[in-house]
Design a protein around this ligand. Structure first.
Ligand SMILES: Nc1ncnc2c1ncn2[C@@H]1O[C@H](COP(=O)(O)OP(=O)(O)O)[C@@H](O)[C@H]1O
Ligand SMILES: [Mg+2]
Length: 246
């Protein structure tokens, strides 16, 4: 598997506190990766660094086959390069239907400035239906996003990110506030998405992580504490002590 994202020796401090401390790891092309660790371990900050929201004090963040540095790029340039990010709180347009939300995301991909003149082609409408299928919302295409359940809104937002065709999708605690059934469908959506792009999922629900069936990176105090299969990391003494044992 070739490397898509390479983080090496990255550190960042906030008011003298090292939130990320010499962090090094790689994500492969079309790899699914789970990131776990106690609160304050630096999981969200790691995503902030990759997306350009936070600038590290040192280290490298390299992207793609040309090993382009993401650190010299703006947040929108990084998004344009193919990094999509899902935040914990869904940011869908509540007064628009599911189909309209997905169509808006397709438009945005084409050009953030051409939205007003945009006219949906037949191919666009087909792509919207296809996306709805990928996120389990075909039956809800005509419904206002505001009427959806919390889980459905999360899926819609994932669909809106997929509409923009990211090569890497970063997802922070997607299962929070979901019912067990919604959690299962979320796993399926992410596993399917990771067949054609890299997906990095931060999640506390260990059953959820187990179902992702992927390599797991454990962060602690801003560094990698352990990495490997779920069975490997959950039997690691240090991981049990700082994370699982509590
Ligand atoms: N913008 C910021 N300013 C100050 N401190 C921050 C900021 N972002 C994160 N931190 C601190 O960095 C540490 C790591 O936070 P975070 O990345 O949110 O952890 P996690 O997502 O693993 O729970 C925490 O101690 C947090 O308080
Ligand atoms: Mg966090």
């Amino acid at each position: 598997m070739s490397t898509l994202l390479e983080v090496s020796g990255v550190s960042v401090s906030f008011d003298g506190f090292k939130a990320i401390n010499n962090l090094t790891f790689q994500i492969g092309e079309a790899e699914m990766r789970a990131v776990i660790g106690p609160n304050g371990a630096g999981k969200t900050t790691f995503m902030d660094i990759v997306t350009g929201k936070t600038r590290p004090d040192e280290g490298r963040v390299l992207w793609g086959e040309k090993s382009q540095s993401l650190l010299s790029m703006s947040e929108s340039q990084i998004a344009q390069a193919g990094v999509g990010r899902k935040f914990q709180r869904p940011t869908v347009f509540e007064d628009q239907t599911v189909a309209e939300n997905l169509m808006l995301a397709l438009k945005k991909k084409r050009s953030p400035f051409a939205v007003l003149n945009f006219r949906a082609s037949r191919a666009d409408r087909e792509r919207v239906e296809e996306l709805a299928g990928e996120i389990g919302l075909v039956a809800a295409l005509g419904r206002k996003a505001g009427e959806l359940s919390h889980g459905q809104k999360q899926w819609l937002e994932i669909g809106m990110l997929l509409a923009q065709g990211p090569r890497l999708l970063l997802v922070d605690e997607p299962a929070a506030g979901m019912t067990p059934a919604e959690r299962e469908l979320t796993t399926e959506i992410l596993v399917e998405a990771a067949k054609t792009r890299a997906v990095v999922v931060v999640e506390h629900d260990m059953e959820f992580v187990r179902r992702l069936d992927c390599k797991v990176t454990v962060l602690h105090e801003g560094s990698v504490l352990a990495e490997g299969s779920i069975d490997h990391v959950t039997s690691n003494e240090a991981v049990i002590e700082v994370y699982l044992g509590r």
